[in-house]
Every structure is written in C-alpha cells, then in structure tokens.
Design a protein around this ligand. Structure first.
Ligand SMILES: Cc1cc2nc3c(=O)[nH]c(=O)nc-3n(C[C@H](O)[C@H](O)[C@H](O)COP(=O)(O)OP(=O)(O)OC[C@H]3O[C@@H](n4cnc5c(N)ncnc54)[C@H](O)[C@@H]3O)c2cc1C
Length: 595
C-alpha cells in the first residue's frame, strides 16, 4: 500500500488527506494542536463557556470551486449562508450604514454608486480602477507583482485620494496589510475570479465551524478506518534528507503539552519522536515561517529554492469574541467595517448565524501589531475578565474601549466570562507583499518525496484564501499520486486528483469597457475636482439622502435590474454569450447560486 505522511491539519493538509484516502493510500496526519482546522479551527480547548473558539470569521467566494467540491463530498454544502453586502459603520450610526453590494458585478452598479460609501463620482472611479486593473493581460502579471497596488493606482490619471483610501481600507481590513505594500498582481487575480461569479459576493458558515466543517471533516476521514491515523500534539521540529539529497528520510517531532496555536505557554512533553519516511511520500502543510525555520544546511544545499521562504512575511490579525448579556438591537447580519476607529476592525453578528439569543459579535482586528506591546487580557480567579476601559492596560481594554464608544454597549453588558481576545501570534496570515510571488515555493520540491502545501505556496488563487490553501492540498495530493505511479509494486496509484481553475472574463473585455467608460471617468474626475474646490463633499450627499437598505433579491428600482429581472433574456445570455453569471446568478426559486 502507498503510504503518505502529512504534517499540518489545516484545510490544505485535510484536503490532501481526503483525496489520498479516497484513492486507497495509508495517511498519517501529524498536527501540533489538539484539534484540526488550523486557521479554520473551532475548538473547545478553553475554560470560558460552552461555545467553540474560532480564528476569525471566514468569507467564502463563489469561485472557491475546489473548496465547494470538498464541501460537497463531505455532504456539508448546505452549511453556508449567502451575504451580498458589506456595511460601513460611521459614528456608530447603525440605522444609516452605507453599503457596497456585490461590488464585482454589473447588476448592482447603480445601487453601489448611490450606496453612500463615498460620493458617486468617487465610487464610479473606484469601480473604474478595478476595470482598469482587470484590463491588464495576464502576460503582464510578473511586472504587476513588482508594483504595489497603491503605487499602480496613484499613477492613474483618474485616481483620487478617496479612491485610493477605499482600496486601502479593503487591503487593511481583509488582508491585514497596507495597499502600498500589497502586490497589484495578487489584487488583480482576486478580482478577476470574483468578477466572473459576483453574486452573492460571499458565503458565511451557517453556524460554528465545529458543527459545519470541522466535525463533519473529521468524521469523513475516520470512515477510512485503519488507513487514517491522526497524531495530535506532534510538532514537527526537524526535516532530514538522505545523504545523496534526493529524498527526505526522517521527520523529528516533539510531543507538546497543549495546543501551541491557542496556548502561548505550551511546553515540550516528549522530545525527539522520529518518523522514518524514507519509503513514503511527505506533504508538509504548515505556516511559511514554521517551514522556513526547518531549512538547515542539508535541506538548503539540496534545494536552494527553500531558502527563499525566508523572504515571505506574515501579519498578525487578532480577534475578540464579544459576548453580551443581552440582545443589542439593530445589528445587521452582514460584515460591518468600523470606519472611524483605530486597529482596522470589522465584525460579524455571530449570534445570527449561531442562533444565539444574546448578541455575540465576532470582531476581527486586522491592525494589531501595536497592541502586541501590551498583555492580551487579565482575568480574576473566577476566570472573569478584568476590564478597565477608562484607563486601558491590556489589548482587550483598548479594543473594547473603541467598540463601546461606537456601539451602545456598556461595561455591564459584557459577559466577562465568555468574552476573550485571541492574539493569533505564531498563526499570522501570509502577506501578499509586492514582489512576494517570486519567493513563493512550488508544491513540488527537488526532493522526490517532499511536497509543500498551504496558502503561501504558489497557486492560481494567489491571495491568502481558503481556496488557495485547498488548491495546494490538491496539487500536493496529485504530486504524491504521480510519485506513487513510479512504484507500481506498492499498488494502484489511483485516478488523477482534479484541481479546478476558475474561469474569468478576458482582459480584452475590460479593455473595451475601459475605453467605453473613459469619458465618464474623465467627467467623474472633473466632478471630484469641482467638489473639492467647493469644499469636500459639497455636491454629495444631499442632506435628505437616505442610504439604501441591503436586500437579498435584485432591487427592482435599480438600473441593473433591467438585465437581472429578465430571466429568459439572462438565460439566453448565459447559454449563447456565456455572460450569465455576470448578470444573473440566481436559481429560478430566487436562491443565489453557489457555482
Ligand atoms: C484572521 C484571518 C482571517 C481570514 N479570513 C479569511 C476569509 O475570510 N476568507 C478566506 O478565504 N481566507 C481567510 N483567511 C485565510 C485562510 O484562513 C487561510 O489561508 C487558510 O485557512 C490556511 O490554511 P492552511 O492549511 O494553508 O494553513 P493553516 O490553517 O495555518 O494550517 C496549518 C496547520 O499546521 C499546523 N502546524 C503548524 N506548525 C506545525 C508544526 N511544526 N508541526 C505540526 N503542525 C504544525 C497548525 O497548527 C495548523 O493546523 C483568513 C486568515 C486569518 C488569519
């Protein structure tokens, strides 16, 4: 039987394990924590109540075809709920939140122009900048990777400061880096897939990830019986190649006392657990920093490309699980972006997706670096938080001080036992920095039996996403299968592992749109200049302007619905022109389509 050792039970490692088990392999999966899931974890290894702890809320796009395919195989395809809009919270005014609805699509174009996130002329230029970026052919990608997105944008004649700041906000809140650090190539790749299937713009887990993803995944893997072995609390420390440098021979693990991802005070319980893998294939799917630290002389000399891992960087993104003792009225179910607080914070109403009576807000803190200087939190002997919002001392004090100033929450409303902060130190998100593509490793290494997986490894999705991680798990599984084909005496290697690359509209289409819209872009720029000459935002918004509310059905009042409400025409479009998903992405019963 073909044997595989996989290190790291994040979504990349789990996906590889699933596909190889399905093909009859024996899989040993090592994980440093006492639970699986990695950044998608949802675990109960804590002393603060009955609910699982997570590592941020996650937004999943339509074009995550590889993830959706795994979800289908696990039978969890109904465990997701769509969201069409992002909301922007200014000054704590929950009733009048500007919004951005399915920003990649044409059908909400008009609605977004008047959505209030910025004056319409600026919003037009914001969308025009995306069309402009998408009009650049893929053959220019290497060049684009050497430009920061902000640098590229600021060089465009139509760019305004507000447009640049809107993009800046997206980068800071979603990927935890500034747009002047971010690769223009990575942004383009993300937009081009999203633009092909823009409605609904994202899906959320319809419950805790433990119930909706982690437990079903684990149950599925266990169905393979003796062929699947999961070794918790095994932390990989060393990787040893053979003397001739062609294969990996030994992996050395430490058994740890507690899950390192969530317990900074973990210790080594047992040292030097050696696994001889000379006769197996190995997939390592851990974080890039962890992998880089394992590259010693022997590994580097055999495969110098592994030395490039040291150029890759990651950013801390903390989260606060804010449990209240009551229901806070008016909290929407969409992702909300705090527009006027420090630390680049967003939140999701978890009580809505988890079905809780009292409000539970999951707050992601994307700009957390400065707060690493203070203790995360303090607790008394009963494990209740000790807060001091007037004279903040800990990270959670600083964060909650900002949140309570914006939302109608007092200290007395906070459930001090369940509320907590997770600094996610050591679990940082891989950053798509300018020029990083060149340093990212391929799945295949120079070692015949070593494959790398994880969101930082080169893949079509480029940007750090669940889909990118999933895709590398699949590519690694296919690498293992091809290696197994060279050893037919051990049995059938199985059928090829499918990796789905999403469709996208050709750059020529955006070039045409860019030319057609150029006069409007010039007018919009002139408008913004006039607006500024008169004093910021004199022309927009008018005093009595009411921000439109988000809806889950196409809005009959907007211009885009001229296309979207005409179902037969949309179907014709889809069949004959292949333009369907751009205009219409609902099934006939009105539900948003996933693919
Ligand atoms: C705050 C935050 C928000 C995010 N939001 C989104 C989102 O909305 N949408 C989206 O698509 N993506 C999002 N992402 C990105 C996405 O979660 C990741 O890209 C993806 O989950 C990474 O999966 P992975 O398998 O590559 O790595 P990981 O999930 O990091 O898995 C690596 C595994 O290896 C284990 N490990 C590490 N070192 C060792 C060792 N030495 N020995 C043994 N085991 C080890 C870890 O414990 C972990 O289980 C977000 C990420 C973060 C941090």
């Amino acid at each position: 039987m073909h044997k595989v050792t996989i290190v790291g039970a994040g979504i990349a490692g789990l996906t590889a394990a699933l596909r190889l088990l399905e093909r009859g392999y024996h899989v040993t999966l090592y994980e440093q924590d006492n639970f699986i899931g990695g950044m998608l974890r949802s675990h109960k290894e804590h002393d603060h109540g009955d609910y699982p702890r997570e590592h941020s809320y996650h937004m999943l796009c339509n074009w995550y075809y590889n993830f959706w395919s795994v979800a289908e195989d696990l039978g969890i395809e109904d465990n997701f709920t769509p969201r069409e809009a992002f909301k922007f919270l200014y000054d704590g005014d929950l009733d009048n939140m500007p919004e951005m609805v399915n920003p990649g699509g044409i059908q909400d174009f008009y609605r977004n122009l008047t959505g209030g996130a910025a004056p319409p002329a600026e919003l037009f230029l914001f969308m025009y900048s995306m069309v402009d970026l998408l009009s650049i052919p893929d053959s220019e990608d290497d060049k684009l990777d050497r430009m920061s997105f902000n640098g590229w944008l600021r060089g465009r004649p139509y760019c305004t400061d507000e447009v640049a700041q809107l993009h800046e906000k997206i980068w800071q809140t979603v990927w935890a880096i500034d747009s002047w650090q971010a690769s223009a190539r990575s942004y383009k790749t993300f937009l081009k897939y999203g633009n092909r299937v823009p409605v609904p713009q994202l899906w959320l887990f319809a419950g805790s990830k433990k119930d909706t993803l982690i437990d079903p995944f684990h149950a599925k893997l266990k169905q393979f019986g003796d062929r699947f072995e999961l070794k918790y609390r095994h932390r990989l420390r060393e990787v040893h190649p053979s003397e001739d440098g062609t294969r990996i021979e030994r992996l050395v693990f430490d058994k740890v006392t507690k899950s390192p991802s969530v317990n900074p005070d973990w210790k080594v319980a047992k040292k030097d657990i050696v696994d001889d893998v000379s006769d197996e294939n190995v997939i390592i799917s851990i974080t890039p920093g962890g992998m880089a630290s394992m590259v010693t002389d022997d590994l580097y000399n055999a495969d110098p490309a592994l030395g490039q891992l040291r150029y890759l960087e990651a950013e801390p993104m903390a989260s606060v699980e804010l449990y209240l003792k009551r229901k806070l009225p008016g909290i929407p179910t969409e992702v909300v972006v705090f527009m006027d607080t420090p630390y680049e914070m967003t939140f999701l109403n978890y009580s809505a997706t988890w079905g809780l009576k009292n409000t539970f807000l999951y707050v992601t803190v994307s700009d957390f670096k400065s707060l690493l200087s203070v203790k995360p939190e303090r607790r008394d002997e009963n494990q209740n938080l000790i807060l001091d919002l007037k004279n903040p001392k800990t990270a959670i004090d600083y964060i909650l001080r900002e949140i309570t100033a914006k939302l109608e929450i007092t200290e007395a409303d906070i459930d001090l036992f369940q509320t907590s902060v997770d600094t996610n130190t050591g679990e940082e998100l891989f950053a798509n920095l300018t020029g990083s593509w060149e340093h990212r490793p391929e799945v295949n290494t120079k070692f015949e039996n070593l494959f790398l997986a994880g969101t930082y490894v080169r893949n079509f999705a480029d940007v750090s996403t669940v889909e990118g991680a999933c895709a590398t798990g699949l590519i690694a599984a296919e690498g293992v299968r091809q290696a197994a084909q060279r050893e037919p005496d051990k049995g059938d290697a199985g059928k090829p592992v499918e990796v789905i690359t999403p469709d996208f509209y050709p750059s020529q289409m955006f070039q045409t749109l860019k030319i057609a819209w150029a006069p409007y872009a010039a007018s919009a720029k002139a408008w913004t200049l006039a607006d500024k000459a008169l004093g910021i935002n004199k022309l927009w918004p008018p005093k009595d302007f009411k921000f439109p509310k988000s809806k889950f059905t196409p809005n009959p009042e907007n211009l885009g619905s001229l296309f979207t409400d005409w179902l037969p025409a949309s179907k014709w479009n889809e069949k004959t022109l292949g333009l369907g998903p751009m205009f219409w992405n609902y099934t006939e019963d009105g539900k948003p389509r996933k693919k």
